[in-house]
Design a protein around this ligand. Structure first.
Ligand code: CDP
Length: 206
């Protein structure tokens, strides 16, 4: 079973993906980390982003700095480059075609990477709800920032992600929309699980 989860930043898709993967015993790939790593490594080394994308390995995703907003911005800048996206395609296709199945989350999983996934979720939340979450997450990690700045940076990244020509952020026509503005992580997980079970998928675990 492949579960494809897309949505804008801080919509709750990453947490949801992790929990669904644990529930169904499936490997999980946070594809945003690939773009973050390419953007960040290219900015540090001056190498062309497409070249970095072509030689990226799982080991490159371990750098804790990749979780920073700076790396997120660098990631969304290289994500507009068709060659970068093409060079990351094989990695993602291979991950999603493991025998066990997989959970992938990102911006174009249901539309480009796994168009045949039997389960597609598009997770959204209002810009305000997302900004509050991202602010709390950053503060929790000890990053000194203010809410208006978080909101402005998120809006800039959303615009770039939605307006780019190459695989823009968009719900697949057959994706199930989950608005988490009024939901905490538990409620979002329960809603997604109920949807997946209605489709006939159940965990084979205890
Ligand atoms: O965690 P957050 O949602 O803020 O960002 P992310 O998922 O780590 O993604 C970072 C950037 O990578 C996004 O702003 C997108 O531009 C890009 N990305 C993409 O283009 N396609 C994907 N499948 C995943 C991420």
């Amino acid at each position: 079973m492949v579960i494809a989860i897309d949505g804008p930043s801080a919509s709750g898709k990453g947490t949801l993906a992790k929990r669904l993967a644990a529930h169904f015993g499936l490997p999980h790939l946070d594809t945003g980390m690939l773009y973050r790593a390419v953007g960040w490594i290219a900015a540090q080394t001056g190498e062309p982003p497409a070249k970095v994308a072509a030689r990226l390995t799982l080991a490159d995703l371990a750098d804790p700095h990749l979780r920073s907003d700076e790396a997120g911005q660098e990631g969304s800048k290289v994500a507009v480059m068709p060659e970068v996206r093409a060079n990351l395609l094989k990695f993602q296709k291979e991950f999603s075609s493991q025998g066990s199945g997989a959970v992938l989350d990102g911006r174009d999983i249901g539309t480009v990477i796994c168009p045949d996934a039997p389960v597609k979720l598009f997770v959204t939340a209002s810009p305000e709800a997302r900004a509050v979450r991202r602010y709390q997450e950053l503060r929790g990690r000890g990053v000194d920032t203010i809410k208006p700045r978080v909101l402005a940076e998120m809006a800039e990244r959303d615009r770039r992600d939605s307006e780019r020509a190459a695989a823009p952020l968009r719900a697949a026509p057959d994706a199930w929309l989950l608005d988490t503005s009024e939901m905490d992580a538990d409620a979002a997980f329960a809603a997604a699980l109920a949807f997946i079970e209605r489709k006939g998928f159940r965990s084979s675990g205890p």
